[in-house]
Each structure stands twice: as C-alpha cells, then as structure tokens.
Design a protein around this ligand. Structure first.
Ligand SMILES: [Ca+2]
Ligand SMILES: [Ca+2]
Length: 110
C-alpha cells in the first residue's frame, strides 16, 4: 500500500505534518491545520486522486488543488500546491484564491 506524507515546508522539507495511506474514501482534517506546503507520494497507486483544500469542510469556494497519480513512483514530491502542471507521474490542477501552501485544512483521497 502506498503512503502520502504531508510536509510543513515546500519540496518535502521540514517536519511531517500528517501521514496516511493511499486507500480511497478518505476525507479528513489534517492533524495540524494550515501547515502543509507539499506532499510526498511513496508508491501511491496509479489513478489515485488527492484533493487538498484551504476550506475546512472542503468547499471549492476557497483554494484547492487536485493531484492525480498518472504513474506510481517509489518516491515523488509535489513541491507546492500552488502550481498546475503535469509530467509522466502526476497531473496537478490548482484553483487559486489567495494561496494554499501553509493553509491546507482538509484532504480527500479517492
Ligand atoms: Ca485553511
Ligand atoms: Ca485561500
């Protein structure tokens, strides 16, 4: 099973904020609110969707970012939640409404 590890700093730096597995159907508040700035994906399955929200209840009226895993990797770092891009491993889509790094409150995994 893959692991999803949220970090306090950009680029997977500083302290770990919260670690979860990659099973679908998760919808929760991060252990430390408004801290995470990046995430490492460790063997996360292809097709996994990770949504991170500024809004505490996960509404899309505030910033959110959707990470879709295109190809599993032993370790892949999404350096910031504030940039839309894609490569061979992920498709990242960011909806901007004044910033998300260091403001993540809720996460959904499917
Ligand atoms: Ca927030
Ligand atoms: Ca915001």
């Amino acid at each position: 099973m893959g692991q999803i590890v949220f970090y306090e700093g950009n680029g997977g730096s500083q302290n770990i904020v919260h670690t979860i597995d990659d099973s679908p159907g998760q919808d929760f508040h991060l252990r430390q609110n408004d801290e995470a700035r990046s995430v490492k994906l460790l063997n996360v399955r292809q097709g996994c969707f990770i949504e991170v929200f500024d809004h505490p209840e996960g509404q899309r009226s505030d910033d959110f970012c959707v990470i879709e895993v295109r190809r599993s990797s032993s370790e892949y770092t999404v350096n910031t939640f504030e940039r839309s891009y894609d490569d061979e491993y992920v498709i990242v889509s960011y909806a901007n409404n004044n910033g998300l790094d260091g403001k993540v409150s809720r996460v959904r995994v499917n």
